[in-house]
Each structure stands twice: as structure tokens, then as C-alpha cells.
Design a protein around this ligand. Structure first.
Ligand code: FES
Length: 144
């Protein structure tokens, strides 16, 4: 069901944990499954992500996708990291079962949330962490 890459990143997550001196922190929670992912970025003056870490309270696929997402953005510029899509994460993991694709979306959103926080801090709107909730139930169409 899971590729070897997914199992490897699940069993040996890369860049797990908080990053000391992080200047961009984002947390995304999926309202449907209840999983939470937190992403820490340390961006240098040249806009390069020098260090990155994550904490995920969620399913195995969420751990594997956050681990892979950190690998894909480490050492990259903020602009490159903003282009990270969930499909790029899935591709790097050599696939995910369809029912687990939303876990990769959480990874993409956690990176975005951390980058938003980095910019907010730069503008002096100092929040310690940008917290976002996604995956709300679809609004039911109004009955008439
Ligand atoms: Fe919720 Fe995987 S089941 S992130």
C-alpha cells in the first residue's frame, strides 16, 4: 500500500523537531481528521532556508510528507519553497494512496503557513506562530 520511500520517511523522519532561532513558524490542523503539522523555518538574510524542522501529530503519511517537504525546501530560497506543491511531495515519495493525498496537502500548507509567518514577522506583525485550520466540512447548499 505504501512505497518504500514513504515507509522510510515514516520510520526515519528527517529534520524532526523544533529549530532553534526559527523566524517562520506555521501550524496547520485538518479539521476532518484532527491531524496537526507544525513547520519551523530559519531563513537567513539572503532569503535562504538555512534550517527547517517539523512536528507532526498525525498519521504516518503526514509524518512522511512533512519529512519529505522539509528535505525539498532545505537550502532553497523562500520563493522556491513557495512553489512547493503537494504533488511534488507525493512524487518525491513515489506515490501515496488516494485516501492519503490530503496528508500531503497538509505538508504544503504547513510550509506556506510558516512562510507567511516569516513575512508577518518581517513586517513587524510579530506572531510566534501562524495557525491555520483546513479541511472543513463542505458547506451544505441552502435548501429552498
Ligand atoms: Fe490526516 Fe493523514 S489522516 S493528515
Amino acid at each position: 500500500m505504501y512505497t518504500e520511500k514513504v515507509m522510510d520517511h515514516f520510520a526515519h523522519p528527517r529534520n524532526m523537531g523544533e529549530v532553534e532561532g526559527a523566524n517562520g513558524v506555521g501550524m496547520v490542523g485538518n479539521a476532518k481528521c484532527g491531524d496537526i503539522m507544525q513547520m519551523f523555518l530559519k531563513v537567513n538574510d539572503d532569503g535562504i532556508i538555512e534550517d527547517v524542522g517539523f512536528k507532526t501529530f498525525g498519521c504516518g503519511a503526514a509524518v512522511a510528507t512533512s519529512s519529505m517537504a522539509t528535505e525539498l525546501i532545505k537550502g532553497k530560497s523562500i520563493d522556491e519553497a513557495l512553489k512547493l506543491t503537494n504533488s511534488a511531495v507525493v512524487e518525491a515519495l513515489e506515490g501515496l494512496p488516494p485516501a492519503k493525498l490530503h496528508c500531503s496537502v497538509l505538508a504544503e500548507e504547513a510550509v506556506r503557513a510558516a512562510i507567511d509567518n516569516y513575512y508577518a514577522r518581517k513586517e513587524g506583525k510579530a506572531e510566534e506562530c501562524n495557525t491555520v485550520t483546513t479541511g472543513h466540512e463542505e458547506e451544505k447548499p441552502a435548501e429552498d
